[in-house]
Design a protein. Sequence first.
Length: 210
Amino acid sequence: MPALPVDPHLYSTFLGVMAVMAITPGPANLFAVATGVEKGRGSALIGVLGMNAATLVWFGAAAVGLGALVKAFPAAFKVIAVLGALYVAWLGVKALRGAFATAADPDEVVVKKGRSALIDGFAVQIANPKAILFFTAVLPPFIDVNRPVAPQMAMFAMAAIGMDMVSMSTYALSGAALSRRMQQPRFRKGFGVFVGLLLMVAAVLIVLRL
């Protein structure tokens, strides 16, 4: 039995992909910004806790589902892993195309007054399309079918939630200032190129390790 719960090479690649996804503006980070501006930093940080509680639920569900899939259909799981690697590559191409395209207006997030930031944060993340795609397409390629799934998921969860906590909290505390920075064409172009290249390299590394 392998000494480590995860493959070191796959895990290092996962950390790179997760770091990029954590800092990329999306519904969760935009919600953190909006809550910080509307309700203050304290409520924004509570909202961050709510979002990561939802992420933990997603990881629990993924651990059960992926674990059953690995045991029942190991060959099929490898096919899903390949498709996941292709999806990561597509995200890289999309980021590169977006870097040289006209920046679209950022999505708006409405923060309802009188509602608990914890509940709102949980609701945002549990229905976050970015989270759904992460657990159905991005995560499977990093699972080693020759190792127990539960310990792998635990390490992936610690890394993902840790990075999300840092990223979301930074957005929440920086508020509108960071949001405006991410909207500057020159900064967004450089960021998009960096994200695209990193994701494409990660996709190649995933395929080579399958």
